[in-house]
Design a protein around this ligand. Sequence first.
Ligand code: PLP
Length: 437
Amino acid sequence: MSYEKRTKASGRLFERAKKVIPGGICHNLRYFAPYPFYVDRARGAYVWDVDGNRYIDFWMGHYAHILGHRDEEVVEKVSSCIRERGYHFGLVNRDEVKLAELVVELVPSAEQVRFCSSGTEAAMYAVRLARAYTGKRVVLKVAGGWHGASTDLSFGVSCPFDEQETLGLPEGVEKQVRLIPFNDWEGTLKVIDEVGEDVACAIVEPVVGVGGFIPASRKYLLNLKEELESRGAILIFDEVITGFRISLGGYQKVVGVYPHLTVLGKVLGGGFPIGAVAGKREILELGSWERKKSERVLVGGGTFSCNPVSMVAGITVLERLKDMEGEVYPKIDSLGEMLRKGVEEIGREFGVPVVTTGFGSLFAVHVLKEEGRSLRSPEDVCTYTYWEMRDKEFRRFLAQNGVCMIHAGGAVSYAHKEDDVESTLFVVRRFFEGWKR
Ligand SMILES: Cc1ncc(COP(=O)(O)O)c(C=O)c1O
């Protein structure tokens, strides 16, 4: 059955939405042509749309749900918090202390942490803290890295990276942000040398998300950290996606490179809104009320920061991950590997140059324009693959056949089963059977 026939109620909702919401949606990634399906409910590895269709979901709430949708223990703890204690106080509460203790215990480089309500805010504060701490101005940002749409970081997000990303920025801000090529030490050093002594920090997703979850090499990260330190600058890891997902201690624990600051979000909130900056005490303390205004970094926090619902959900998920570490990570990583391998086999079967990237539970599918290219950065993905097909024909075909992926990839959760991966590979096979360029 065609996508439009399966999703009539979604089509009607989109028509209504377009009248009152620009373009009909509130997050650009959620659109695909002809219109996105509207979700009614979710559980485990699945979402159901308003027409009753079920999808195997690899988007998992922007990769926030490591245990799957509507985890029973999270539902129970959050419901009891709402029923018996409240859902937003705007005052300090015991749960924020507990979650902060867990972050400091689990994230190797975290001596302290400060919570806010989104990864975007956390990345914005991290960069501000870096400038204040170093007394320098220029932020190095990976070409293809995504840290939310704050003014400082709205550069070089989508292909082609050297094109203006957004209107509406204040004049001159572009001089204070420079793009560096991911996993390319020579190219990165060239940019650092050009900026000279004014580098404040580099902000890097150590497994870069939008490019397809490509991990940075240990050597690249070590070189970067050493060079920054030698210039009085700091290294920020954005582990909003990878934190608590690649391992309990994030990618930094796996790669053994420890940044000065780490930006966190997603899994940390147990499925509810959250962001956090963690790291060295002497940097984070710049944001403390204890300092006088002229010596302080303004870290706003936000109305909903540390709301008990996000805190309770975050504690529940992190504690479950701690208890089931030996079960959760091997399972999600091996399902991720099964998907990656399975998709590449399908490519070989039909003579299509399909490759996958990813790490652990994170995976992405690409079709190469030229066989044999390796993909080591978002720039490689832009240059050597048919990247536009990911959110066009691929996404639509999958949706029509009951699978939800964005950017032709996603995150496996603990709720997924081998059956879900097999069913997904069955759909992917049908897509590539008919592939032509
Ligand atoms: C690596 C990374 N950093 C920051 C953000 C922004 O987080 P949020 O959407 O919570 O503002 C995202 C969101 O996708 C992200 O993937």
